[in-house]
Design a protein around this ligand. Structure first.
Ligand code: KG4
Ligand code: ZN
Length: 341
């Protein structure tokens, strides 16, 4: 059982699971002293997606600088810290290993406990910077690699009660964006187009009426591709904004309906929406309207927009709850396919 070294309970957190190198200093699990996020998006854009080898190289180049910057911005020295936290999965193995190696070296050199953190638990705990989570909680976790409904009775107990059977929702946004000729990542661009256009095309709502909490987005992606192909073959034009709005309508309707279905079956005090796609304005609006009408007693927590994407602050927040039982295991390795439960 670890004891906090000092009252400030400072954790240095490191995140490198995909295309952001991020290092943060977090106080008492819910206060951000620094949160350095070095994004690699410009390097991956021209390939239309993240190239794992390129991601690893960027992480190696910049991780040490990010650690130094996070400490100096927080105005702390390694002696002030109580622990080091690091994402060990899920994610790209090469990318994870860079953050993991840096975290292990730092923890060893400064005699600090090392706390391994699941990236998805980090996304969920990102809401802690604004409010306390009351359990039991339901988390709709929507990112580039995941689409899950997670039931939680405490900060460290997870039950996956629904998940995608194929593509993750963020992945569908990025693939549809690609066929629409939009930059990678396309989620934010599609969201902005959708807000100013009409959903005039009726794309399929997969698994909407099925008696389960699972999702499927690959059919929707194919439906959009087929629609564009048919229009071109017929020599007809289409408005990109209307396609974006129609696609987003289909995504949001299914995400919201399945979340409400989960709430009807489980005892829930807090609804958390987390992950990169939690930044989606259409999803936030529709979910809060329907929740206010049907479940006004349930609190909805979404991370601040800048904390929806990958960042180390959320890893520090999740690590706080794991501190007491953590041990410095220098044999810790990356788990690219790590799950919550
Ligand atoms: O959580 P995240 O930063 O990385 C992963 O762990 O995957 O999520 C990135 C995903 C990308 O697919 C991106 O297109 C999507 O989140 N995204 C959005 C929005 N902002 C980012 N999708 C829909 N609407 C947005 N506003
Ligand atoms: Zn993520």
């Amino acid at each position: 059982m670890n004891q906090w070294k000092n009252k400030r309970q400072l954790i240095l957190a490191i995140e490198s699971s995909c295309d952001e190198t991020s290092v943060a200093v977090i106080e008492q699990g819910n206060k951000i002293l620094s949160n350095i996020i070095a994004t690699q998006i410009e390097s991956h854009k021209r390939f239309g997606g993240v190239v794992p080898e390129v991601a690893s190289r960027h992480h190696v180049e910049i991780i040490t600088n990010c650690i130094e910057l996070a400490l100096s911005e927080a105005d702390v020295t390694p002696d002030d810290l109580s622990a080091v936290a690091v994402t060990y999965g899920p994610g790209l193995v090469g990318a994870l290993l860079i953050g993991l190696t840096a975290a292990k070296a730092f923890a060893w050199a400064h005699h600090l406990p090392l706390i391994p953190v699941n990236h998805m638990a980090g996304h969920i705990q990102a809401v802690k910077f604004d409010a306390e989570i009351k359990y039991p909680a339901l988390a709709l976790v929507v990112s580039g690699g995941h689409t899950e409904l997670v039931y939680m009775t405490s900060a460290t107990s997870f039950e996956i009660i629904g998940e995608t059977r194929d593509d993750a929702v963020g992945e569908a946004y990025d693939k549809v964006g690609r066929v629409l000729g939009l930059d990678y990542p396309s989620g934010k661009i599609i969201d902005e187009l959708a807000l100013n256009h009409q959903g005039t095309i009726n794309f399929p709502r997969a698994m909407l009426n099925e008696d389960n909490l699972d999702f499927s987005f690959s059919g929707l992606k194919s439906a959009v591709i087929n629609y564009l192909h048919n229009q071109k073959q017929k020599g007809q034009t289409y408005e990109i904004g209307d396609v974006a709005a129609s696609f987003q309508d289909a995504v949001v309707e299914v995400l919201v309906a399945k979340t409400l279905k989960a709430i009807a079956h489980y005892d829930v005090q807090t609804l958390i929406v987390a992950g990169g796609v939690a930044a989606n304005q259409g999803l936030r609006q529709d979910l809060s309207q329907k929740m206010a009408a049907q479940y006004p007693e349930i609190t909805i927590l979404t991370p601040a927009l800048r904390l929806c994407g990958d960042n180390a602050a959320m890893i520090g927040a999740a690590a706080y709850d794991l501190f007491a039982d953590s041990q410095t295991n220098l044999a810790l390795t990356a788990k690219p396919s790590l799950t919550l439960a």
